[in-house]
Design a protein around this ligand. Structure first.
Ligand SMILES: *[C@@H]1O[C@H](CO)[C@@H](O)[C@H](O)[C@H]1NC(C)=O
Ligand SMILES: *[C@@H]1O[C@H](CO)[C@@H](O)[C@H](O)[C@H]1NC(C)=O
Ligand SMILES: *[C@@H]1O[C@H](CO)[C@@H](O)[C@H](O)[C@H]1NC(C)=O
Ligand SMILES: *[C@@H]1O[C@H](CO)[C@@H](O)[C@H](O)[C@H]1NC(C)=O
Ligand SMILES: *[C@@H]1O[C@H](CO)[C@@H](O)[C@H](O)[C@H]1NC(C)=O
Ligand SMILES: [Ca+2]
Ligand SMILES: [Ca+2]
Ligand SMILES: [Ca+2]
Length: 640
């Protein structure tokens, strides 16, 4: 049964009391005529007697806990009347009563029971109701409420106006009637064939439909009776065609991600090194330079926003071996399916920041991502983390409209703070809280993006303080790693305290590691922060048989210590997983910490942390209580 039972009924009351006094009457606390009453002696007869004496027609023993009763008037009016205060007072004074809590009526939306009528979004587009990732009412056996919460952002008036998102992909069908009106031709280019028209190359199997599908997710026109609706349906979408050619080059990548950085705000990329579970690769020299320039100079110095799909290599791959996804300059996005589970192709790693939605597992064709398709068509079957990244790009466009001043780092802070665990569930990795109480998961990052939460916070957001970089320490001696013993190393650091570049509040952390091994894929590496947060920097990759190259100054990145104080001792643990004994040599571990010297909001989070855990329990409890009350009312009605 309910988790709070373990604390006993008194704890229940204390929590409810605390919640109510914390809320006060001014917020959304409408007092009701419903009272939670705990008696010293818990017989039902006595409860009925007490209830009658105090003017309550109805009483019900609560199914959870001893001596707990629900007192309520017969006609069960929902809101306060003049008598309620008197009821409460007289109950308090009754010697038979141990505790009384008047129930408040919440404005809270019931999780899992939202429907289209409630959010009052009325779109004429035929696929709109199939776009469960926008508004999940339980379509295709999904979990209601598990969506991007775009409806709230739209209702607040944010639809992506004034924002341009580039899809770096295999082209866009810009003649598509559901895309044409939002297409930004000036910001578009074809780097695969060097012309201004990034139209997809035709093949019989419509292989080059990827970019068109991504574009529709971001910016399909709303209310036009065609296909569906984009997350940011008033944003402009640009096509940067750069895939669909025999070889990728550093120049094409670099040109693409630095194309018109004063016009394009957000770049969405759903590509990267081969997801074969044995590749370790990342951006080359020019592309790295272009990315650095983008975040430093793009958007008038506020920084280009790079959104990256975390990869489709499944449990055989680790996205920290993908230098694009694991870059600090990209926001790496993973995916959940419509019931909150992981998709089978999801990779996990500590650099993923947040998640959106894609298809998977389910055979139901409507469980896929509905969007635009080549040659004016629509599809219900877009898939992969490829489908997840453009959704995030759309959500970030909504946030940028709410506050165009947001820097590339502000966007990451907002994603960390407003993403939700919601009902995401990974069978392998548990949800955890880091040292400042932020909840994260190794696969989903900080959870599913919440467009409503993000635009609300974006509106009030003050640009984060200057960022500093500190080499917190480095182990340069050679250490051997054997299958039978785990290698454990430590770095104790003051995070450059007393120097100009002191980092007190973490953003990204990088462990730059040089290691070789007789079987690279069997290496497994974790790093634990001074505040006790363990990041899995590298998981076993059973297909990676490299015995030569290893990792050469590879920057393993983690976002999991976000907001933490980096001072203290960091622990790196490396061992081999797998049946066959292996050996390796670690030659370098350099710890790089990045972040700020002040961060008012993080202080606030720390202050709230203690109450936060309690609060989540309280919410659970309130919900249980609400449901219990509702159930009893229903059964009462049925009897009458
Ligand atoms: C939704 O739009 C349709 C067509 O424009 C209209 O007939 C209908 O009344 C609208 N419904 C609501 C609830 O606004
Ligand atoms: C796609 O659209 C074209 C032209 O509008 C149409 O002829 C074709 O049947 C459509 N294909 C599919 C698979 O729906
Ligand atoms: C953006 O910055 C400008 C200039 O500093 C300021 O006037 C404006 O209020 C800011 N807008 C928001 C939404 O914070
Ligand atoms: C790893 O490097 C060490 C020295 O740097 C070398 O002796 C060893 O042979 C290498 N091992 C593998 C598996 O490449
Ligand atoms: C890293 O953490 C994972 C998950 O907790 C664990 O299974 C693994 O054994 C750890 N590896 C090392 C090297 O400690
Ligand atoms: Ca072209
Ligand atoms: Ca449409
Ligand atoms: Ca990968």
């Amino acid at each position: 049964m309910c988790g709070f039972l373990r604390h006993g009924p008194l704890a229940v009351l204390v929590l409810v009391n605390a919640l109510i006094s914390a809320m006060g009457e001014t917020e959304d606390g409408i007092l009701t005529n419903h009272f939670l009453v705990q008696l010293h002696e818990g017989s039902f007869d006595e409860a009925r007697q007490v209830a009658l004496e105090h003017g309550f027609e109805s009483v019900r023993k609560l199914p959870f806990g001893e001596s707990l009763f629900h007192f309520y008037p017969h006609d069960t009016p929902k809101t306060r009347d003049k008598r309620s205060a008197r009821h409460g007072q007289s109950l308090h004074e009754d010697y038979r009563v141990k505790n009384v809590v008047q129930q408040t009526g919440f404005g809270r939306q019931k999780r899992g029971y939202r429907d289209l009528n409630h959010v009052e979004v009325n779109m004429s587009d035929p696929l709109f109701t199939k776009q469960w990732y926008l508004i999940n009412t339980g379509q295709a056996d999904g979990t209601p409420g598990l969506d991007l919460n775009v409806a709230e952002a739209w209702e607040l008036g944010f639809t992506g106006k004034g924002v341009t998102i580039a899809i770096m992909d295999d082209g866009i069908d810009y003649l598509h009637p559901d895309l044409a009106a939002n297409y930004n031709a000036e910001a578009s280019y074809d780097f695969s064939s060097n012309d201004p028209y990034p139209y997809p190359r035709y093949t019989d199997d419509w292989f080059n439909s990827h970019g068109t599908r991504c574009a529709g997710e971001v910016s399909a026109v709303a209310n036009n009776n065609i296909c569906g609706v984009g997350v940011a349906y008033h944003a402009k979408v640009a096509g940067i065609r750069m895939l669909d050619q025999p070889f990728m080059t550093d120049i094409i990548e670099a040109s693409s991600i630095s194309h018109m950085p004063q016009v394009i705000d957000i770049y969405s990329a759903s590509w990267g090194p081969t997801d074969d579970g044995k590749t370790v690769d990342g951006p080359r020299e020019l592309t790295l330079q272009a990315m650095a320039d983008g975040v430093n100079k793009g958007r008038g110095g506020k920084g280009s926003i790079y959104v990256w799909a975390s990869g489709d290599g499944g449990s055989y791959d680790d996205c920290n071996c993908d230098g694009y996804a694991s870059s600090m300059w990209t926001i790496s996005i993973n995916s959940a399916i419509n019931d909150g589970r992981t998709a089978l192709y999801d990779e996990s790693c500590s650099s993923t920041l947040a998640s959106t939605f894609s298809n998977g597992r389910k055979r139901n064709p409507e469980a896929g991502v509905a969007t635009t398709d080549l040659y004016g068509n629509c599809t219900l079957r877009h898939s992969g983390t490829s489908a997840a990244a453009p959704e995030a790009a759309g959500v970030f466009a909504l946030a940028l409209e709410a506050n165009p001043n947001l820097t590339w780092r502000d966007m990451q802070h907002l994603a960390v703070l407003t993403s939700k665990r919601n009902q995401l569930h990974d069978e392998v990795h548990q949800w955890q809280r880091n040292g400042v109480g932020l909840e994260f998961n190794h696969l989903f990052g900080y959870g599913v993006l919440d467009a409503g939460g993000m635009v609300k916070m974006a509106k009030e957001w003050k640009t984060v303080p200057e960022r500093f970089h500190c080499v917190a320490g480095s182990v340069q001696e050679t250490h051997t790693i054997q299958s039978e013993n785990k290698l454990v190393l430590t770095i104790t650091t003051d995070a450059c305290q007393g120097k100009e570049n002191f980092v007190r509040y973490l953003e990204h952390v990088q462990a730059v590691v040089t290691v070789n091994a007789s079987r690279r894929g069997d290496l497994n590496m974790n790093m634990t922060s001074p505040m006790g947060t363990k990041s899995i920097l590298l998981s076993r990759r059973p297909r990676d048989e490299d015995a030569k190259v290893g990792f050469d100054k590879w920057p393993f990145m983690t976002t999991h210590s976000w907001g933490e104080d980096p001072r203290g001792t960091w622990v790196l643990e490396i061992h081999f997983q797998g049946e066959v004994p292996q050996a390796g040599v670690l030659r370098e571990w350099t710890l790089m910490v990045h972040g700020t010297q002040s961060a008012p909001y993080i202080d606030q989070i720390v202050r709230d942390y203690q109450s936060k855990l309690a609060l989540s329990k309280k919410e659970e409890l309130e919900e249980e209580l609400d449901e219990a009350l509702e159930r009893s009312l229903k059964s009462l009605l049925n009897k009458n």
